[in-house]
Write a protein of this length. Structure first.
Lengths: 204, 433, 377
């Protein structure tokens, strides 16, 4: 099984990831994963990632580099400048999805943007994952507590409805978004944001 | 129908039967017979063979069959028969019912389906009857804030106006309910009622979707009435008369559609718009405003509106036939009535029976009716066709079509008619008579 | 009632001239969602989409079931197109668990996915016809769908909601007469598609109603992040089957269909052209498919992914469908995010409907290839 370390967005740690893709032989009974081959890092993706790291230095940390998938972790204060750089210099022009992942163990919520490019021919297969971590409170008060981050709507217009959904499902307030309102949940939802891990489905 | 039937007791059953018989007799003698007498006081009883036809005489057919036919023949000449059965409301309702069934089957075949299949042994032919029974048994729901007198009266007015339109249409020479000298003007006057009734019924429903549907119907019908009238002016110019029977008689050698095809096309298009058929069925647009101005009608009121709608369809199709397709003119295909039956009677084996009063209806009239029905049914088929082919048109495109394009075409048609008249080709004293 | 309102809830002023219409969930012209439309006479002033009526919490439920148990409920967002919505899930899980899929399974997956695409597109086309009042265009696609539903029933056992694709391949092999039956149906269907062209796409009333309405320019399509047929009808050539091919799409011979106008007519035409391409793909795949072989790589019970994540995307009938799977060392995924084409195209609705006539609303709204159930997940 491939082991990867998840980096936290602490600027003091710059961890260099080794990334390799594990190839499996097609046996009918696969029970354990074996590292049978080590593939060198894909160069095109590495070039993109190193451009970002060289411009922003310690503020951004590379999550992983896989074929066609790059992950960059930043802090929430820097995310606007990193996102503008990605849009202007690297030609990523839209967001495929915005998701939030709840980590109650480390008291953080991670917001993950998947960015893609329609206009640039070389980038058509790439998806850049831009992630940031926000503090998480035990008793959420969506909109009025510390789980907030600047909205990327002015940079990537396509995240408008995705950020609304992230707000209602996880309680992350996006500053600068013109319309932080319920989208999918009913208007009279009075419980905690449902995608948090504290919210248990009945019977489980 | 939700009570559980109580236990059956024979004495109670017999008691209820006698109760029923008692009530029937009481109602019959105290209410029924006086009404019959009063009615007979006012109806003119015809005179047959020198005798006044009283109800008692009419019942003598049970005793003497040779007197049946003159009685029936004289009944055929009365006004009541003309209004109620042929060529009036009964005939129209029959064709309307057949149209509904044919439409469903025809549309289904175009759309890779089968249509009604299970009611009745032959391809669902009793579907209409079962639909009628179903509508009769449904509860009539009236919205709370609706304007009740108008709401109740609207379907009846609708059917009444459609029937008034039917009464102006001649089916065979001499067979018309109302032979007016200004026939076409009377037709337009009656057509002018339909938008009023639609708006009244939609306003009285007091609900948002019928309101939108009613306003759309009003716009549509009014904007298409003008091309309707204008497209017929050409025929009026060329024949010189407004009487519908005379217009048909003027088409004995040629049909007006040959000389005025543009008028026919304009009239056909406005006909589709007046009938609210696809592609012009905005007032009942299902996907946008639920059912338009018919939304709040339920039960038999809805049934009456549908009946009126299809009677109107028959009336317009018949109008098209009369004005453009030559009405009842056609080659004589009905076999003549064999003379021997009148003079010598029918021979079946050793018995020879003489039945005076034959023939019931003469050959000319039957031939005329046959051709009229064939042509009207053809026109109805062509009216039903666009339903399978076109989507619904948008309101501004509709008004555009009605006010600009169709009026323009109608004027072109009038100019053609005037040109033909003044060039001496048609009309009185023309080349073609 | 003077407490501070939660962020995002605004008070609304009632205006004399502007009427608010609820094209709501209970409406024959709206599907399962609500559009709050403000109309000024005949022109739409603003449109506020209100999805969420069919929200079932797919993503939350996925966190409580392991990778195989997730399959039946994950296909529920789009029941007709179930192979396409399970496809990125299977690809992502295979990447996480490191499984290799046999060759024959890949071809069967491609064929099933294309059949599903046709089934979904025909349903969408039927509803588009009925929104415009064209009842024949409603009946014909519903009838022609039955051809493909028959084939899929032979493959998987269910008419819709097939639950056919699993991580590791497909659930079972195709029946023995599948190939000739499929070829027959596809040949018949191609002839039928020519008739659709005549009655629908060349219909003058339809062209009047849809041409020039709801125009989406190329820049806007990219900026709004649209996907699928909406994107390709605005002139952007981006089809994931061509750009980031998955399974055996790089071996197959097809074109991605692009139109340049960006109006409703183009948006309604691109899925139709896609269906013609699907027929070619199916015929090609049937020729190139290995005639025998296993179709499933078996997994150990309760397979666990490591601390890893994967994002895979697939071109479904509505657009790019992506699945973001985060796993820790448990048999259930830690987080599963479904990024559906309908939800991404939702942003076009307030953007395009502003300033349109009310009569154009059905034509524009449904041409965005929006499936409300999928957008709600």
């Amino acid at each position: 099984m491939s082991s990867k370390k998840k980096t936290n967005a602490k600027p003091s740690e710059t961890v260099e990831e080794e990334s390799h893709l594990v190839k499996e032989e097609s046996k009918p009974d696969i029970s354990t994963k074996e590292e049978s081959a080590v593939v060198p890092e894909p160069t095109f993706e590495k070039s993109i990632a190193s451009r970002i790291v060289s411009k922003f230095g310690a503020k951004t940390v590379i999550g992983f580099i896989k074929p066609n998938r790059i992950r960059i972790n930043t802090k929430k204060e820097d995310i606007l400048s990193v996102a503008s750089y990605i849009r202007d210099e690297l030609n990523f022009d839209h967001a495929e999805s915005v998701s939030g992942v709840d980590y109650p163990a480390s008291k953080e919520i991670e917001v993950v943007y998947h960015l893609g490019s329609y206009s640039d021919q070389q980038l058509e297969k790439q998806i850049l994952t831009l992630a940031t971590r926000l503090p998480r409170e035990d008793v959420p008060n969506p909109g009025n507590d510390s789980t907030r981050m600047p909205s990327l709507r002015d940079i990537f217009y396509s995240v408008e409805f995705h950020e609304r959904e992230c707000f209602e499902m996880l309680g992350v307030y996006f500053e600068g978004h013109p319309d932080n309102r319920r989208l999918l949940l009913p208007e009279d939802w009075a419980d905690i944001p449902p995608l948090r891990k504290d919210f248990r489905i009945k019977g489980k | 129908m939700s009570t559980i039937a109580p236990e059956f007791r024979l004495s109670r059953f017999v008691a209820s039967l006698t109760d029923l018989i008692l009530w029937i007799l009481v109602l019959f003698t105290l209410v029924g017979l006086p009404i019959v007498m009063i009615v007979l006081f006012y109806i003119e009883l015809p005179v047959i063979n020198g005798e006044l036809l009283t109800p008692y005489l009419a019942l003598t057919w049970m005793a003497d069959p040779s007197r049946t036919l003159p009685i029936i023949k004289s009944l055929l000449q009365t006004d009541f028969f003309r209004i109620a059965a042929f060529p009036g409301f009964g005939f129209a309702a029959l064709i309307a019912a057949a149209t509904i069934f044919i439409e469903r089957k025809f549309l289904a075949k175009m759309q890779l389906r089968v249509g009604p299949l299970y009611c009745g042994k032959v391809e669902g032919i009793l579907q209409l009857m079962s639909d009628g029974l179903k509508l009769l048994s449904k509860e009539i729901i009236i919205p709370a804030k609706a304007d009740k007198p108008i709401f109740w009266a609207a379907p009846l007015l609708f059917v009444g106006t459609a029937a008034a339109l039917v009464s102006l249409i001649p089916v065979a020479p001499g067979w018309v309910v109302a032979d007016i000298d200004v026939g076409i003007l009377a037709v337009f006057a009656v057509i002018g009622f339909f938008p009023i009734i639609t708006v009244l019924s939609s306003w009285a429903s007091n609900s948002k979707f019928p309101f939108i549907g009613g306003i759309r119907a009003l716009h549509q019908m009014i904007s298409f009435e003008i091309p309707l009238i204008l497209s017929l002016l050409g025929i009026v110019i060329l024949t010189g008369t407004l009487n519908l029977t005379e217009i048909v008689e003027s088409q004995q050698h040629y049909w007006w559609i040959i000389f005025m095809p543009i008028g026919a096309i304009v009239f056909f298009t406005t006909l589709l718009a007046e009938l609210e058929r696809i592609p012009f069925d905005l007032p009942e647009a299902e996907s946008e405003i639920v059912a338009g101005w018919l939304t709040e009608f339920s039960g038999m009121m809805y049934g009456l509106v549908q009946l009126g709608s299809y009677v109107k369809l028959y009336a317009f199709a018949a109008l098209f036939t009369i004005l453009f397709l030559g009405g009842w003119n056609g080659p004589m295909v009905w076999p003549p009535f064999p003379e021997e039956i009148i003079t010598e009677g029918i021979t079946m084996g050793p018995i020879t029976v003489k039945i005076p009063g034959l023939p019931l209806l003469d050959q000319e009239m039957l031939n005329a009716t046959l051709w009229f029905v064939i042509k009207t049914v053809g026109v109805i088929m062509v009216i039903l066709l666009p339903r399978g082919v076109f989507p619904r048109i948008r309101i501004d495109l509709l008004l555009h079509t009605g006010w600009y394009k169709l009026i323009g075409l109608a004027f072109v048609n009038i100019f053609i008619a005037l040109a033909l008249l003044y060039a001496g080709v048609l009309g009185p004293g023309g080349l073609i008579q | 009632m003077t407490t501070q309102l939660p962020p995002g809830i605004q008070l609304e002023k009632v205006d004399e001239r502007i009427m608010t219409l609820n094209v709501g969930p209970q409406h024959p012209g709206s599907g399962h969602m609500r559009l709050i439309i403000k109309v000024d006479g005949d022109y739409i002033v603003s449109c506020d989409p209100d999805p969420g009526y069919v929200h079932r919490g797919e993503e939350k439920m996925a966190e409580y079931r392991n990778y195989i148990q997730n399959i039946p409920h994950l296909e529920r967002p789009v029941i007709h197109d179930s192979c396409n919505i399970l496809y990125p899930y299977c690809l992502a899980v295979e990447e996480l668990l490191g499984i290799e899929v046999p060759e024959r399974a890949k071809y069967i997956r491609v064929i099933a996915s294309e059949l599903n695409r046709c089934v979904y597109t025909l349903y969408w086309l039927g509803i588009y016809g009925i929104f415009l009042g064209h009842s024949t265009m409603f009946m014909w696609p519903m009838g022609d769908r039955e051809l493909f539903i028959d084939l899929l029933e032979g493959l998987s056992g269910a008419r819709v909601t097939h639950a056919y694709l699993v991580p590791g391949g497909v659930r079972n092999d195709a029946p023995s007469n599948f190939e000739e039956k499929c070829l027959r149906h596809v040949n018949y269907f191609e002839k039928r598609l020519k008739e659709y062209e005549d009655i629908f796409y060349q219909n003058p009333v339809l062209k009047q109603r849809t041409e020039g309405t709801g125009i989406l320019s190329r820049m806007d399509a990219i900026r709004l992040g649209t996907t699928g047929s909406v994107l390709r009808s605005a002139g952007v050539d981006f089809d994931i089957r061509k750009k980031e091919p998955y399974d055996v799409y790089e071996n197959l011979d097809f074109q991605s269909q692009v139109l340049k106008d960006g109006d409703s007519y183009a948006r309604s035409r691109v899925p139709y052209l896609d269906m013609l391409e699907s027929c070619r793909i199916i015929k090609d795949a049937l020729k190139k498919m290995p005639k025998s072989g296993s179709v499933r790589t078996k997994l150990k019970p309760n397979p666990k992914g490591g601390n890893d994540e994967a994002y895979r995307r697939v071109e479904s009938g509505r657009g790019a469908l992506g699945m973001y799977v985060v796993s820790d060392s448990k048999p259930e995924p830690y987080r599963l995010k479904i990024s559906v084409g309908s939800f991404r195209n939702l942003i076009c609705m307030p953007y395009l409907l502003k300033g349109e006539k009310l009569g154009n609303m059905p034509a524009v709204y449904w041409s965005l290839n929006y499936w409300p159930v999928e957008a709600d997940r």
